[in-house]
Design a protein around this ligand. Sequence first.
Ligand SMILES: Cc1cc2nc3c(=O)[nH]c(=O)nc-3n(C[C@H](O)[C@H](O)[C@H](O)COP(=O)(O)OP(=O)(O)OC[C@H]3O[C@@H](n4cnc5c(N)ncnc54)[C@H](O)[C@@H]3O)c2cc1C
Ligand SMILES: *[C@@H]1O[C@H](CO)[C@@H](O)[C@H](O)[C@H]1NC(C)=O
Ligand SMILES: *[C@@H]1O[C@H](CO)[C@@H](O)[C@H](O)[C@H]1NC(C)=O
Ligand SMILES: *[C@@H]1O[C@H](CO)[C@@H](O)[C@H](O)[C@H]1NC(C)=O
Ligand SMILES: *[C@@H]1O[C@H](CO)[C@@H](O)[C@H](O)[C@H]1NC(C)=O
Length: 479
Amino acid sequence: MAATHVRGLKAALNANGKYRYKTPESVVDYLVIGGGVVGLAVAQRLAQRFPSKSTYLVERHEGPGQETSSRSSEVIHSGMYCLYYLEYRDIERSLEGLYYPEDSLKTKLCIRGRQLMYERCERHRIPHRKLGKLVVAQDSQRPYIERLHDKAQRLKWPPHSAPLDRRALPTNLITGDEARELEPDLSKKIVAALWSPETGIVDSHSLMENLEKEITESEGGELVYSTRVVRVDPYYGSSLVRDQPSGDAREEGWVVQTVTGDQEESDPLLARTLINASGLSANVILNSLVPQDQRIAMYYARGSYASYNGSAVSHVSHLIYPCPGTGRVEHGFQSLGTHLTLDMQGKVRFGPDLDWLNPLDESNPDFWEKHLIPDETRLRLMHEAVTEYLPNVTFEGLQPDYCGIRPKLVGPQGGFQDFVFRKDYPHSFTGAVTGSSTNRTNPMISLMGIESPGLTSSLAIAEHVVDDILCDAEGHRDS
Ligand SMILES: Cc1cc2nc3c(=O)[nH]c(=O)nc-3n(C[C@H](O)[C@H](O)[C@H](O)COP(=O)(O)OP(=O)(O)OC[C@H]3O[C@@H](n4cnc5c(N)ncnc54)[C@H](O)[C@@H]3O)c2cc1C
Ligand SMILES: *[C@@H]1O[C@H](CO)[C@@H](O)[C@H](O)[C@H]1NC(C)=O
Ligand SMILES: *[C@@H]1O[C@H](CO)[C@@H](O)[C@H](O)[C@H]1NC(C)=O
Ligand SMILES: *[C@@H]1O[C@H](CO)[C@@H](O)[C@H](O)[C@H]1NC(C)=O
Ligand SMILES: *[C@@H]1O[C@H](CO)[C@@H](O)[C@H](O)[C@H]1NC(C)=O
């Protein structure tokens, strides 16, 4: 793992001043940037919750989810995922500024998101399967899964959830032989396993199609594809817009300029509330607004998958995860280790591994695109990792499959990092007020670091943004 000398990317989207400020002529209540699974979930919830308001979702590609959201393991995480963080805290208690991961947004939104995901999948017949997952342990790793199990018992149901089970995260400790009864191909070296019945898989494309359909069929929702946001400016001043209720001539929000297709000119639009769910590019837009020294760095960690066609997995019917590393650099919060996943067709895949990218050409915020091509270089290490628990998997059966990139807010040495929901207000940029707690309306909410379990959490992220953050803000209550 090339873990050293990874630098963050701090390029600003509009640094070269290509697009000048323009006065908007139309207005939208909610504008969501990014049509990945998270942006779609937020737009769907806004359109459902506020049918009389307008919600636009702007996506630069011709369809949804073409960046990270179509390159994941498609696993509905039970929340056990988040226990790896707890484990980390116990190991490095002394680390400064560390979150208490059981209270982290990743933990809460994963558990709540899992519940919402299964509900939606069942209600809308979105292909999914609750396969269950095994975290398998060799002798030296037995204490690790025992601690995970212990921690799982103590996790509480997060806000909004409707407890279905006494335990928010059911797990069982089983022996190696019991694990081999479930999965006969497992190595004899596996002496124990942690069974998570709530883990599953979902067809993420069908999920995104389902969300798209609800947005387009809603009264106020609209999807705008092949359109990219190229500039954002805070707006605070007199009303520009004709549909203002009489007597209120002020208007606040965000002037969002978009470019559609290969058109030269940008179109300005005033968004009263802006939600930035632009994934890997998310900080690029924000960085164009904030002073140089406050810019947010972003780190990119690639995960590669290998497909497998060969012997020694013929019986596999559950997801199989090794125990993640416990070192600072290869810990489970960075990557879960090269695990076995199955897709809806029952096809076996290994991955994702972890490999940090170095944005050498910092002027190109989309430098990572060229790293989305999987190659053979990762296969040897992946094979080594996999044969630790599935000993008869052959190297020849592995083929590079696809890659995804994790948007990370901290680098390889950075420790645990939670999801971040950053709120900015037009005032904070116009110089009218700084640090004031008044006029907390018309926010721009930036969703940052939405790496795994972002797919699982997507519907809960939408609930959190719409029901907790926006409905708390003045002027965004139900009307
Ligand atoms: C290898 C890997 C495996 C993973 N496995 C899992 C898993 O098994 N389970 C799980 O729960 N999570 C998993 N995740 C995490 C999950 O995939 C992500 O958290 C989730 O897909 C993020 O969705 P998003 O909508 O935030 O981002 P994205 O899918 O990246 O969507 C952002 C969108 O914004 C658009 N955009 C960007 N800039 C602009 C602009 N200026 N104008 C217009 N549009 C713009 C992009 O085109 C993109 O479509 C995995 C992630 C990776 C990388
Ligand atoms: C792997 O293959 C060897 C040799 O064919 C066999 O003895 C062994 O039982 C196999 N292991 C598993 C876990 O299937
Ligand atoms: C969107 O969110 C990202 C965080 O990932 C942030 O950096 C970016 O600047 C945000 N967009 C806007 C318009 O602020
Ligand atoms: C798997 O490999 C076998 C022979 O090694 C081949 O016949 C078969 O077509 C392959 N299947 C796929 C899906 O590639
Ligand atoms: C906050 O908003 C109120 C009315 O909505 C306005 O009168 C006041 O000037 C604003 N405060 C600041 C500091 O801009």
